[in-house]
Structure formats: structure tokens, C-alpha cells
Design a protein around this ligand. Structure first.
Ligand code: PLP
Length: 268
């Protein structure tokens, strides 16, 4: 069968972010997504109303049942919601997954793009610090990178997370400036090994971070090297954002939903 990416992610009923984004992105990358559901959120494209996290024992049971069955090549995590879920995943890596050498793409979700809470930030950050050393790649937004590293400077923050054991960090300057291009940096073991400039697109997107991280995970599962997976994901995500659906076309501030089924044109 196609290589499997096992995702730990939350349900977003709007279908923009979370486990639906993961399933669609991983499918478009050419891999198969399996999902251990970590939380059920109540939200739409505009706001998060609340969420109920799944018990860590239930999340672990979902994951181990899949690990016992399917050829899982990559693990991907998104919203984990509680420190119990983060601690459970940390233990699962220590006891089982790390021995298999399975790559791990960690999207350290702290808040939704709409600004809504997806867990208590301070306790999540403390718990994430123990999970980070197991990550092959983390894909924080600038807010998450600063919260996790305690550094304002994105380059120093990325290097610090590498020094603390994360293999690679992919960071964009997307939330920092209102205009101009977006700079993206890939740090591996503290060294910047890839830098790219992406054109800024108008609008805020709901689920773009989940989609990017999952597409990378899918490509890693297919055997791509890290930089190649990132380049392929950039090409794909840009086209899904250009073709994004606008639930509220008259409101320039409303979030858009990436069209993960857009027909992709070849990169030049
Ligand atoms: N996971 C879930 C379940 C979410 O609801 C969200 C945001 O709403 C995210 C992850 C992160 O989304 P984004 O990719 O927009 O950062």
C-alpha cells in the first residue's frame, strides 16, 4: 500500500484545518493518512468557540492500534490540546516509535490563526519542550517559535531549538510584516540549509500550517529528502492558497480555506 503517515490531530468542523487538512494534504502528496483524533473543536472559519480534548488513553489506543497494523513511515502531530496528550506522545516516542527510527513532523499548534485558544499556552509550551527532541522537523509559526524558544529573533530561536535536540526547524516570517515577501528558512542541526522567498498572497488562511506540515510529512513518507519535501510542499501550498475558497467574499479580513484539490501545475 501507499506509505502511511500517522497524524495526531484535532477535528475542525469547518474542514479548513486539523485532521481534514492533514488527510487531504497527505493524500495529495501521494501517501495515505491515518489519524488518531486528539480533540474535537467547535469552530468555523472565523472563530474558535471551544474544544473538548480526547483522553490521552483514548488517543494512545487509536495510535497503537494503527501502529500494530499499518506500515507507518512518518508521524505527524498538530493540535494535541492537553499536556496529557503531549506527555503520552513523548512516552510513545521514548518507548516505541524512536526505536523504529520513524521520522516525526511536529506542528506545535498553540493557537488558531483566528486567534482562538487551542489549549493553555503556558502549560502546552512546557510540555512541548520534552517532545521537541523527538522531532525530525518542527514547523512553528513565528508566535510558536518565539513561545517555544523564548527568543524574539527567529534565527536564534530556530538555532536554540536545534541545540535542544530538534533535528530541523522550518520557519516563515509570515506573521511579522503586513507587506513584502515572505522569507522561509530551513535550519538543520543549527545550520540554515535552505532559504526561499515566497510571494505574499492577500488574505488570512485557515489551515495553511496544517496543510504544509502534512504535505511535507507525506513526501517524507514517499522517501523525499527533507529539503526536497519542503520545496515540493511550498509549490503545492502556494497553489492551494491562490485557489482558496472565500466563505465571506465581502469581508477582506475573513479567513480563506485552502483548496487542497486544486489542479497543480508543474514547477518551473
Ligand atoms: N488543528 C486544529 C484542530 C485547528 O482547529 C487549527 C486551527 O484552527 C489548527 C490545527 C492550526 O491551524 P493553522 O494551520 O491555520 O495554523
Amino acid at each position: 500500500m501507499r506509505p502511511v503517515v500517522l497524524c495526531f490531530s484535532g477535528l475542525d468542523p469547518s474542514g479548513g484545518a486539523g485532521l481534514q487538512a492533514d488527510i487531504e494534504a497527505i493524500g495529495q502528496a501521494g501517501a495515505h493518512a491515518a489519524v488518531a483524533c486528539t480533540a474535537i473543536t467547535v469552530q468555523n472559519s472565523q472563530q474558535v468557540i471551544g474544544f473538548e480534548a480526547c483522553a490521552a488513553t483514548l488517543v494512545e489506543a487509536q495510535a497503537t492500534t494503527v501502529l500494530d497494523d499499518l506500515p507507518v513511515r512518518v508521524i505527524k502531530s498538530g493540535m494535541l490540546g492537553t499536556i496529557d496528550n503531549i506527555a503520552m506522545l513523548t512516552r510513545l516516542f521514548a518507548e516505541r516509535i524512536i526505536a523504529d527510527g520513524t521520522p516525526f513532523v511536529l506542528d506545535p499548534v498553540l493557537v488558531a490563526n483566528s486567534g482562538g485558544s487551542l489549549g493553555d499556552e503556558q502549560t502546552l509550551v512546557a510540555a512541548f519542550r520534552k517532545l521537541l527532541p523527538y522531532a525530525t522537523l518542527i514547523t512553528p509559526n513565528t508566535h510558536e517559535l518565539r513561545a517555544l524558544s523564548g527568543e524574539q529573533d527567529l534565527h536564534i530561536g530556530a538555532q536554540k531549538l536545534c541545540a535542544q535536540g530538534t533535528h530541523a526547524v522550518l520557519v516563515k516570517t509570515s506573521h511579522d510584516f503586513d507587506s513584502g515577501d515572505i522569507e522561509q528558512y530551513l535550519y538543520v542541526q543549527g545550520e540554515m540549509i535552505h532559504q526561499s522567498t515566497l510571494s505574499r498572497l492577500d488574505g488570512e488562511f485557515h489551515g495553511s500550517g496544517c496543510s504544509l506540515a502534512s504535505f511535507i510529512a507525506g513526501r517524507l513518507a514517499l522517501g523525499d529528502a527533507l529539503t526536497a519535501a519542503v520545496i515540493a510542499a511550498d509549490h503545492w501550498i502556494t497553489q492551494t492558497l491562490i485557489a482558496a475558497d472565500a466563505p465571506h467574499p465581502d469581508d477582506a479580513k475573513a479567513q480563506l480555506i485552502p483548496n487542497r484539490f486544486v489542479k497543480i501545475t508543474a514547477s518551473t
